[in-house]
Design a binder for this molecule. Structure first.
Ligand code: ADP
Ligand code: MG
Length: 240
């Protein structure tokens, strides 16, 4: 497929404009995008804010696209990270928006029968994977999506913010503010979720997923442990 201008690039994919309405998202490594395409289509059908996935025209099966490619609705607007950098949104708004997006996602009925309570999870829902469009926030980058307990998704978003909050630099205060706001929303939006760091706790599961992420690396383990401690320190006390 003829690609246009490169308009975005993250850790795993490049995104090219096709026209004003569509983009081509292409994995740089040989990864199959079919699974996330199916999840995004399912979520869109349930009213969840994801970019629409363009079905190939009649007679052109998805197999006509390289397995690394997806054609997605083009979103117009900054990522929530860009908006935070420019002070167009506050850290509290970022945390609240992430919390609302997590809660809405976990209210979508599960796709596949699994353990009771399992839901579609994003597992990488952070400010760079939310685009602020004229129609509200839209969640991109579904490459980690799985079904599982919602608490792991909350734990993952919290840990990612905590890791940034622990890194000295421009983002420290903003990330900490966003993390505090996210955790303050948790008891009301997801009263059943317990973010605990016991052996089988949601925070431990999220931590273990993060440890497997190649970007974390072996020397990232102490940072992850500190991030777990920061999340626990900022959790609102549970009601008596
Ligand atoms: N549907 C889209 N419309 C417009 N820009 C997009 C779209 N999807 C992604 N982008 C841009 O491309 C960047 C990388 O996309 P993303 O799906 O997050 O890939 P990665 O896995 O590499 O992080 C995003 O930060 C955003 O700037
Ligand atoms: Mg991304």
């Amino acid at each position: 497929m003829q690609t246009g201008e490169l308009i975005g690039s993250g850790r795993s994919a490049d995104v090219f404009a096709l026209d004003d309405d569509w983009v081509l998202r292409r994995y740089r490594a040989d990864r199959d995008a079919a699974r996330e395409a199916a999840v995004m289509t399912y979520l869109a059908r349930h009213g969840y804010p994801v970019p629409h996935v363009r079905e190939p025209a009649m007679g052109q099966g998805r197999d006509r696209l390289p397995r690394t490619d997806l054609v997605l609705q083009r979103l117009h607007g900054p990522s929530m990270r860009q908006a935070l950098r420019q002070d167009e949104v506050t850290p509290a708004e970022v945390g609240t928006t992430l919390a609302d997006l997590l809660s809405r996602l976990h209210h979508v009925p599960p796709r596949a029968p699994g353990s009771p309570g399992d839901r579609v999870l994003h597992l990488d829902l952070h400010p760079d994977n939310v685009m602020l469009t004229g129609n509200g926030p839209v969640v991109i980058d579904w490459h980690n999506t799985l079904e599982g307990p919602p608490g792991v998704d909350w734990g993952m978003s919290a840990l990612i913010l905590a890791e940034v909050a622990l890194r000295p630099g421009d983002w420290t205060d903003k990330a900490r503010g966003a993390l505090g706001a996210l955790l303050r929303r948790l008891p009301r939006l997801a009263p059943d979720v317990v973010l605990d760091a016991t052996d089988t706790g949601c925070l431990t599961q999220a931590r273990n997923w993060r440890a497997l992420d190649p970007a974390t690396g072996e020397d990232g383990t102490p940072v992850l442990d500190d991030a777990v401690s920061l999340v626990l320190a900022l959790l609102p006390p549970s009601p008596p």
